[in-house]
Design a protein around this ligand. Sequence first.
Ligand code: C2E
Ligand code: CA
Ligand code: CA
Length: 772
Amino acid sequence: MTNSLKNRIIILCVGLVLLTTMVSLFSFWWSTSEFNEKKVTQDINVAENVYKQYLSAKQSLLLTAAKVLTSDFGFKQAVATRDADTISSVLYNHSQRINADLMLLLDLSGKLISSNTPQQNFSNDLVQLMSELLNNSEQSNFVVLNNELYQVILLPVKAPRTVAYSLVGFKIDESVVLELKNLTGLDVSFIAKGDDLVRSSLLERPVPFIPTEYFHKKTTSRIFGEQLVYRNRDLSLPSLNQHSVNVMLSADLTQSYSEFERLFFTLMFLAAITIVIGIFTSSLLAKNLTMPLSQLASLARQFARGNYSVDAMSKKQSSEISTLIDAFKNMGNDIQEREQQISFAAKHDTLTGFYNRSAMLEVLNEQLNKDREYTLVAIDIRGLRHINDKLGPRIGDDCLKAVAGRIAEFSDEFGGLHARIGGDEFLTVFPSDGSQNFKNDIVGLMAQLQACYTIQKLKINLRFSTGVVQYPAQGLKADDLIRRVLIAVDNGENAHESIHYYQAGEDEEHLERLVMIDELKQAIADDDGQLFMTYQPKLNIASQKIDKVESLIRWQQKDGRWISPELFIDLAEQSGLIVELTEWVIKTVIKQVEQWQKNGIYMQAAINVSAQDIAYPGFHSNLVSTLKNYSVAPALITIELTERDMIENEEKGIQALENLKAIGVKISLDDYGVGQTSLGRLKMLPIDELKLDKCFILKLDESEKDQFIVESTITLGHQLGFSVVAEGVETAGSLELLKSMKCDHVQGYYLSRPLKADVFEQWLKEYNNEHA
Ligand code: C2E
Ligand code: CA
Ligand code: CA
C-alpha cells in the first residue's frame, strides 16, 4: 500500500468507523448489562414478594384449616375419648377438604395418635419436632418428614385444656415448586440443608442431593466465555433450629445472554456494514479530494510541457479546489504570457521589432516553398559606425529604426518577411515571379533607402550595399541562402557595387577564402618560415648605387603551394588580419635592416602598408617602438601606400602619415598614375616619393604615350619636391629612357627580381663589384 493521501484518508475513515463501533459496542454492552442486572434484580424482588404472599396465603390456609379442625367439637370429643375411627375419618375428611397433605394428631408428648394417611409411618422424631414447634405456634414452619418437605402448623386441641396437638401441613413437592415457578417466573428451589433435601424446579426429578453450589456455579459457554447460568437469591424460611430450610430463587440468565448476543451480532453486522460503507464513502471522498490534486499535478506536468490550456478540468469542485484551479489557471496564463514575451524577445530584435537572424532562419525553413520563387535581399548600411562615433549611438539607433521602417514598408507591400541579421545588416525576403521585374523592385528599394533621412532634425544620407540571392535557383536551404546573400553583400562592398547579384561559385570562393584566412592567421602566429620577406633593389640613377629596397612578402605553404601576395593581402585586408600581418612585416624588415647595418650595408627599406594599417591607432606606436628596439633610424624606412588607400580614409590617414613623417619616416605614394588624384590634392599629401605604376613602365620603350606620361609625371613630381621611382623596369631600353627623363630611382626585373635577404646580400656584393 503506497503512502498516498487517498490511502491515508481511507485508513482514517475506517479507523474512525471502527472506533465508533467499538465505543458504541462497549456502551451498549455496559448499558445492557446494567439493564439486565436491574431487571434480574427486579424480577427476583417481584418473585420474592410473590413467593412470600404465596407462602403466607398457604400459612393462613393452614392456620384456618388447623383452627377449623381443632375447634371441631366432634373432633375434640373424639380426641378426648380417643375414638380412633372418628379421629382418623375427621382427619381424612378435613385433609381432603382443604387439600392438606399432612394432618396428624399427636398426643401431648408428641406421639402420633392418628393421621390422614394411616399407611404412612412416621419416625420418632415427631416428638422432637413437636417440642420445637410448640415454641412457634400460630406460625407455619418448614420441616422435613419422611424425606418430604412440608409447610406445617401445630395447633393444640383443647377440650378445654390441651388434650392433643394437631399438625397440619402442605407438602412442598414438585407441583408446588412448579406452581411457584409459574407464579414468579423464576426457578424455585427448596433446600433443607440438614436433611440434604432439595425440591427444585431446576431439576426434572427429585434427586437425593445436589449441593446448592451447583446452581450458584453452573456456567454456560457464551461468546464472551463461560458465564454463570443463574442469578440466585437465598431466602431463609421459618424452620426449626437444627434444620434450616432455605428457598432459592434462580433467575435464568441464558435468555438475556442470548438476547445480548443477538444484539451484539446485530451490532457487529451493522458495524461491518458501516465499515464497508465507510470504506466506500471514504475512498469516494478521498477520490474526490485527491482527484483534483492529481488533476492539478497533471496540469503542472502539462505546464512543464508548455501546454497552458486548463479547459479539461472538471467543473464540480469544492470552493478551495476551485480557488486552487483558478490560481493554477492564472499561473498558467502568466507563464504563457511571460513565455510569449521571452520567446518574442528571443526571436526578435528589440530595437526594430524585426526577426533576429536565428528566428529568420527558422521562419524561412518553414515557409520557403519549392513551388514559389523568392528573392532574398541583404542590406548593409555602410559607415554606420561613423555615425555612431560622430553623432552618438542614439542617432545610430534612430537611423537603424528609420531604415527598418522603410524596409518594412517595402517588404509588407510584397507580402514579404524582414529581419535584422547583424548590427547594420537587414534581410528582406519576398515572393518574386522570377522575371527581370524583381531587379527593378530592388533598384526601387535602394532608391527608397537612399533617400535623405531626417533624424532628430539632422539630415542624414546613408549608403548601402545590397546582396541578392534567388530561391530556389541559388539555394534551397535557408542557411545556405542567408550565407550566400551575405557573401553577395561582402563581394558587392569589396567591388564598390551598391547591388550585387550573387553568382554561382561565390560561396565556394568565399569558403576557400575563409579557409585561407584561417591558414594565414596560423602562419602569422606560428612564424615558422611559411611567410618570409623578399627584397627588390631600387637603383639610384644619379649615384648608380643600390641604396633602397622594397620589401615584398611571400607565402609558401607547408605543402609547397605558393599563394600570391595580391590574393592573401586582399584576404588579410578583408578579414582585418592585415594589421597583424603588417606588424609582422614591420618587425621582420626592421630586424633585417638592423642585421644589414651590422653587416655594413646601409639600405633604406620600403614597407607596403594598407589603408587599414594607417587607420589603426596602434600602428604609429608599434612602428616607433620596433625602430627603437632594433636601433634603426626612422629615415631608413619608407612607407609605401597606394594612391587609393591614401584617399580612402583621407583625414585620419593624412594625419597619421604626417605623424610618421614628423619622426623621419619616408612616405611613398605607390602605384601612382592609375588613380585620379588631382595635382592640388597631391600637393597636400605628406609624401616624399612618387612611385609610378608599373603599367606605364613595362612597355615604356615601345609606347610613346607612356613615355609622354612618365616624363611629364617625373617633371611634375620634381616640381612638387618629390623624388620619383619607376617600378616594372624590365628592359635596358626602359632604363635608358628613365635615365634621360631624370627619374631618381628604378626598380624592376631588369635589375633584379625580389630576393631573399641572404641572396640579395650576395647579389648586392656582385653588383657593387661590377659597378665599382
Ligand atoms: P606593389 O607594391 O606594387 O609591388 C610591386 C610588385 O611588382 C611586386 O609584385 C613585384 O614583384 C612586381 N614587380 C617588380 N618589378 C617588376 C617587373 O619588372 N615586372 C613585373 N611584371 N613585375 C614587377 P608582388 O611581389 O607580387 O607584389 C604584389 C603586390 O602585393 C604589391 O604590389 C603590394 O601591393 C602587395 N604586397 C607585397 N608585399 C607586401 C607587403 O609586405 N605588405 C603589403 N601590405 N602589401 C604587399
Ligand atoms: Ca609597393
Ligand atoms: Ca606598385
